[in-house]
Design a protein. Structure first.
Lengths: 333, 464
């Protein structure tokens, strides 16, 4: 029990993070693509395509963060002080884009709210990438507490991760728009999706090379034998998925490019998990070092097993309810 | 530069949580009001209720968005600013927050989507049910967060090993001694806060002669609710106070600025507590009033602040005054609600202009009372973050004071902007009024008197 409970929790939190990245990823992506819309009617259409969902999507962030706090309080207590500034910047950026959703429907002048939505979405995405990069590159820990400086996270690698995520969420947003809208918005989204797909692939390659070159433990994980025999299909499947995404965008398919982009995200996440497991705070603290008391993990696990299927049920219901394309002039509220 | 990280972390948390609590105290009550309007619409078939329901839903969505985004900030501050709190008591208090996310946040966020965008997509019963689910979600959320906070006030059901709290009895943790009182007091406060907002908006319409029927419905519903809940709040507050006296007597001593526990306590209507000299200046008091309230006996004794050393006392002045602000508003609410009920019974409610004018100005009183109440209970717990278990000074993160000061400044600026716009937009929605389906016309705005009169005329002849 002492061994597998933290592993189960790591998997659950991983699931929450993946759900967050995919779901809030596409609606943050709408914000990233917002500057390229031609007029207010197009922007309304883009926003309406995510309006019923964004609030629930963002709740996965609370579950991921809250889950880390509940299940791994000692990891939470190291990671948050270490990544203090990017976390606060992300939260403030989310404040601005979140209220922009609601304020925009009430306001007569949209310009500043469009700016808040664009800057908030892009900055939140960039900060999330920086947080990921800051975690992968390692956090200085002494006696179980953060022992580094305020700007330790600020490295070229972390900024690269920030830009990668902007491209990634942008791609999710573009394929979402291609699926959920039509007319000029959908056509433009398809063009953007191609550019962003190329950018994502370049960034993925850069991160995949950079991490093993700078982190011996990651190189060892991937390139030592027999690991390599089991792991070589992952980059191959990723390349194949990328090719299919490209083909489906080219041939004007509507749903498959979005699903294929999700698959790309899942593969990227799997790669990161393989690189870093069992470290929750690389390179020193594992899931077992940082786990909450088993009694706390079990108590929370029972609730999760009961409530998570219900959550997935009604989240599925709302996506089904608002299925299909957004019609021009469809009423907001 | 030398900043005190503990003080700054406290200021940052105080600022962000005071900003946050404004929205739940409104949305908990408002969602219940919206669901009630929905039920009345279903029951009576009168579209008038449906217009009111959709009108308040728009206002709800603006406030709910501000509550969500400011709440996410709080959940992350447990780690950024209070990491040693997370390590020391995360085992015990963490699951309450986890259950709040799982059982309430997703429920609220998802069904709010149906409520905001689903009117043309779901049958009316499901639309109204969604409103009810959102209301239940907000109450479940309050349940868990108040359980977690109450555990920090009256920790229970845990054992300490090496400075870390471990759970021993989950029911004891969740239903800790102060939880039932705090939960009832806060939930009722949220309904009262909303009641006075609805009362103010209703009064505003009736005075202006716009949306008169809607305004009258709001007035009747708000007065009916607050006339029961405002007196009830006095009773709940009294019980909550007695519970606090039992578990956190020094907090109560600070609320009453009661220094010498060997004598019965006076109730100070006004005083300036001098924390250095450990006495009150300029006191205007009801002799033995505090003893009567707290022990229900003229000569009853209760512990004074002098029974502990100065370093163990909470900041007396702020607790003392916040308590008086809350109490004064509570008493005013009782008077206002009962007077409203009296006027309604006499049949002169809608013509008593001075009463309507006064009430139209009182939309904010519930918010101030809620904030003052939280200041009492949170500051009154100091110097502990978890009473008797963990001191606030031992709970912070290894982060420099300058970092916290810088981000605090960012929060103040960002929240200042968001809050100003939020109030502005809510005010505009109220100025637009419950226009029914016409509200969907883009750019529709009826602030000028001619279109307002037109609106009122349309409503009066029942055109939808």
């Amino acid at each position: 029990m002492e061994w597998y409970l933290p592993v189960i929790w790591a998997a659950l939190i991983g699931t929450a993070v993946v759900m967050y990245v995919i779901l809030d990823g596409f609606d943050l992506g709408i914000g990233i693509l917002f500057p390229f819309a031609r007029n207010e009617s197009e922007r309304d259409q883009m926003m309406r395509s995510v309006a019923p969902f964004w609030d629930g999507n963002e709740t996965w962030l609370v579950l991921g963060g809250g889950g880390l706090w509940v299940a791994f309080p000692r990891a939470y207590a190291v990671v948050m002080p270490a990544l203090y500034l990017p976390v606060i910047v992300m939260l403030l950026a989310l404040v601005f884009r979140g209220v922009a959703f609601e304020f925009r429907t009430v306001s007569r002048s949209k310009t500043w709210l469009n700016v808040a939505f664009i800057v908030g979405s892009t900055l939140a995405t960039f900060a999330q990438g920086v947080i990921l990069g800051g975690l992968i590159q390692g956090i200085q820990v002494r006696d179980g507490a953060f022992a580094g400086g305020t700007f330790d996270w600020a490295t070229p690698f972390a900024f690269l991760c920030g830009l990668s995520l902007i491209a990634g969420y942008g791609l999710l947003g573009a394929t979402w728009l291609a699926m959920k809208t039509y007319g000029p918005v959908a056509d433009r989204a398809r063009g953007q999706a191609k550019v962003l797909l190329l950018a994502v692939l370049i960034f993925m390659a850069a991160v995949s090379l950079w991490t093993p070159l700078t982190q011996p433990r990651i190189a060892e994980r991937w390139f030592s034998l027999p690991n390599f025999y089991f792991l070589w299909p992952i980059p191959v499947i990723t390349a194949l998925t990328a090719y299919l995404t490209w083909r489906w965008i080219e041939t004007g398919r509507e749903v498959p490019p979005f699903l294929a982009t999700i698959a790309l995200f899942l593969l990227g996440f799997l790669g990161l998990a393989i690189s870093n497991f069992p470290y929750l705070v690389p390179p020193s603290l594992t899931v077992w070092d940082t786990a909450a008391a088993p009694a706390s993990q079990i108590f929370m696990l029972l609730g999760t097993l009961l409530l998570l299927p219900m959550i997935l049920g009604y989240v599925g219901f709302i996506y089904w309810l608002f299925r299909g394309k957004v019609h021009e002039g469809e009423s907001y509220h | 530069m030398d900043f005190d990280p503990v003080l700054l972390a406290r200021l940052q948390f105080a600022f962000t949580i005071i900003f946050h609590i404004i929205f739940p105290s409104f949305t908990i009550g408002l969602s219940a009001y919206i669901a009630t309007l929905g039920a009345m619409w279903m029951h009576s078939g009168n579209d008038h209720y449906q217009h009111l329901m959709r009108f308040w839903t728009k206002i709800f969505s603006v406030s709910f968005a501000m509550g969500v985004v400011s709440g996410i900030v709080l959940s992350y501050q447990f780690g950024t600013n209070w990491s040693r709190f997370s390590v020391a008591v995360g085992n015990v208090v963490g699951p309450s927050i986890g259950y709040e996310v799982l059982s309430a946040f997703f429920l609220e966020a998802t069904f709010l989507g149906v409520l905001l965008f689903g009117f043309n997509r779901v049958p009316p019963w499901l639309y109204v049910l969604s409103a009810a689910i959102v209301a239940i979600g907000t109450a479940i959320s309050a349940f868990w967060i108040l359980s977690a906070n109450s555990w920090m006030q009256t920790p229970n059901g845990h054992e300490l090993r090496g400075g870390v709290a471990y759970p021993a009895d989950w029911l004891g943790v969740i239903f800790n001694p102060s939880f039932p009182y705090r939960f009832a007091h806060m939930l009722n406060a949220a309904y009262l806060t909303t009641g006075f907002v609805v009362l103010a908006v209703g009064a505003r319409y009736v005075i202006a002669g716009r949306y008169i029927e809607e305004g009258r419905t709001m007035l009747r519903m708000a007065i009916g609710l607050t006339a029961i809940l405002a007196p009830l709040q006095l009773l709940l507050g009294d019980q909550h106070g007695l519970n606090t006296l039992k578990h956190q007597p020094i907090k109560v001593a600070a609320m009453e600025a009661h220094w010498d526990g060997s004598k019965p306590g006076d109730f100070h209507i006004f005083a300036w507590p001098d924390e250095k000299a450990a006495e009150n200046r300029f006191a205007i008091s009801i002799p033995r009033g505090a003893s009567l309230i707290l022990t229900h006996h003229m000569n009853g004794l209760f512990p004074g602040l002098n029974s502990v050393s100065a370093s163990e006392r909470p900041p007396v002045t702020i607790v003392f005054f916040s308590f008086r602000i809350m109490l004064a508003i509570g008493l005013f609410m009782i008077a206002a609600a009962l007077l409203g009920a009296f006027l309604w019974w006499r049949g002169t409610l809608f013509d008593t202009r001075w009463y309507l004018r006064l009430m139209a100005q009182c939309w904010w009183i519930g918010f101030v009372a809620v904030i003052a109440g939280w200041v009492v209970t949170e500051c009154g717990r100091q110097p502990w973050i978890v009473h008797g278990v963990l001191r606030t000074a031992d709970a912070t993160s290894p982060v420099t004071g300058a970092t916290i000061a810088g981000t605090l400044a960012l929060f103040v600026i960002a929240y200042g902007v968001v809050f100003s716009f939020g109030i502005y937009y809510i005010n505009r929605l109220i100025a637009q009024g419950p226009t029914g389906p016409a509200a969907e016309e883009p750019g529709h705005f009826s602030a000028n008197p001619i279109s307002a009169a037109h609106e009122a005329g349309r409503t009066a002849v029942g055109r939808t």
